[in-house]
Write a protein that binds this ligand. Sequence first.
Ligand SMILES: [Zn+2]
Length: 236
Amino acid sequence: EVTLVMETKEGRSGDTAVEDIETWMDKAFDMAKDALQNGEVPVGCLMVYNSEVVGKGRNEVNETKNATRHAEMVALDELLNWCHSSNLDVSRVSRNTVLYVTVEPCVMCAAALRLLNIPTVVYGCRNERFGGCGSILDVSSADLPQTGNTFKCVSGHRAGEAVEMLKTFYKQENPNGINWPVVLFLCCSTGGGEAPHLFCPTRKSSPPTRHSPFIFSERQIHVWVCVHIYILRVYL
Ligand SMILES: [Zn+2]
C-alpha cells in the first residue's frame, strides 16, 4: 500500500515550490552550521522524496579523515539505506528526489548525482573553486556518455549567508590539517606516478582528470580528483 501512495505523488516530486525551498534549505543551513561548529567545511545537504527527508548530511571530511565525505555523499548513503530498509527501488526513488545543498556540488558529487539520475538540485552559493554545476565544470548539463542524466539546478537561495560561512571556515586554521597517510594511500591507490602533480599549483586551473592515466576506474579517478581538490583547498 505504501508503494501505491508514493507512486501517486511521484508526478510532482520534481517540482520545487518556493515554500519547499525555504523549508528544506533552512534545514540544510542548520546542518552547515553544525559542520562549521565541528571544524568542517560548512556544507549541509538534504534529499527529499515525496515531502520526506530520505537522506541528509554535512561535510565529514576531517572527522572521518576521508576526503570524499562531502555532505552530498553522506546524504546519498542515507538515501541508499532508506531505500533498502523501505524495500523501494533506488532508481525509482532517486529519479523523484530533490537535493537541497547550501553550496554548489563539486565535480565529484555532481557526477554522482548524475549517475543516480537525481532530477533537480537546489543550491545556495556558487562553488568557485570546485563547482561541478557550471563554476568549474558543467557536469550537471554536459553531454556525457554513460554518466546518467543531466539535472536541473535552482541556485541562489541564501547565497550570501552560505558564502559568509565558507569565509568564516577558511579564516580559521584547519584544526586537523592534512592526514598524510590517507593522502599518500589515496595517491598510491589511484596512480602513484601522478602524485607529484598534486603539489604543483600551476595545475590548479586544469581539469584534474586530464593528468590521470585513464586505465583507472571511474571511481578511482573520482577519488583522485577529490584528493587533488582537498589539497588545493587546504593550501591555496
Ligand atoms: Zn563534493
